[in-house]
Design a protein around this ligand. Structure first.
Ligand code: PRP
Ligand code: URA
Length: 232
């Protein structure tokens, strides 16, 4: 039987805060939940089938979705229950979801479970296999981000190049309040994004050790998009 460990000791990310300075970590939210950790283990496991991968990606994404929306501003309303009127709360600002194609789509539908009426902006970015530099191949965004919170969805934050390209595009469209939802990050990517965009909060389930020579995250989970879409 597996040894039972207290939550902080089970986390892959325990080294993160000690590796990264306060200026970086002050904008990084570690999403800690036993179910997220359980599903992340299945995502990491090389033997996980495409079906299992999609199942666990959805669970982790839902937990990130719940966490990243936890403190959204609310406004007070009056609602008539079947018995009487009462004061209650509804979301006060629109949330625009921006998946980075293609892997970000894996997080989109989990976010839409919670925010079914949200506008969605699409950004197609793909890393060159040799250089790991992301190039944009598609963009379709809402006409305005005024007054909205934008949530950039991308499960992997490796060099940070894709996130930086996406943030530039969002800010060029007027987005002022941006959060990034990811599943696995690493010190290199967190540092790149937080240094250039200290106003952007990053939510991540794990801060892994480092990048390898091909700019893949170690230990990581391999190529998220290929595993999720079955294109290995
Ligand atoms: C992956 C991932 C991120 C990016 C992260 O996408 O989904 O978008 O790499 O790496 P970076 O931080 O070094 O930019 P990829 O380019 O493999 O495209 P895909 O989603 O179409 O598989
Ligand atoms: N993109 C992935 O899918 N995995 C990595 O480890 C790095 C970039």
């Amino acid at each position: 039987m597996a040894e039972e460990l207290p939550a902080p000791d089970r986390l892959q990310d325990v080294e993160g805060p000690t590796l990264l300075g306060d200026d970086i970590m002050s904008g990084v939210k570690l999403v800690r939940h036993a179910l997220a950790e359980h599903s992340l283990t299945h995502l990491r496991d090389r033997r996980t089938s495409v079906e299992g991968y999609r199942h666990h990606a959805r669970i982790v994404s839902q937990i990130v979705a719940a966490e990243i929306t936890k403190d959204l501003p609310l406004s007070q309303v009056t609602v008539e229950t079947p018995l009487e009127a009462t004061t209650a709360h509804v979301l006060a600002v629109p949330v625009i979801l921006v998946p980075v194609l293609r892997a970000g789509l894996a997080m989109l539908f989990a976010m839409l479970d919670f925010l079914p009426g949200s506008q969605v902006g699409m950004l197609g970015l793909e890393r060159d296999e040799a250089t790991a530099i992301a190039h944009a191949y598609y963009e379709k965004q809402p006409s305005s981000y005024a007054g909205a919170k934008a949530v950039l969805l991308d499960p992997m934050l490796a060099t940070g190049g894709s996130a930086l390209a996406a943030l530039e595009r969002l800010k060029a469209r007027g987005a002022e309040d941006i959060r990034i939802a990811c599943i696995v990050s690493c010190p290199e990517g967190l540092t790149a994004v937080r240094t250039r965009h200290p106003d952007v909060l990053i939510y991540t389930c794990a801060i892994d050790r480092q990048l390898n020579a091909q700019a893949y995250i170690l230990p990581g989970l391999g190529d998220f998009g290929d595993r999720y879409f079955g294109t290995l």
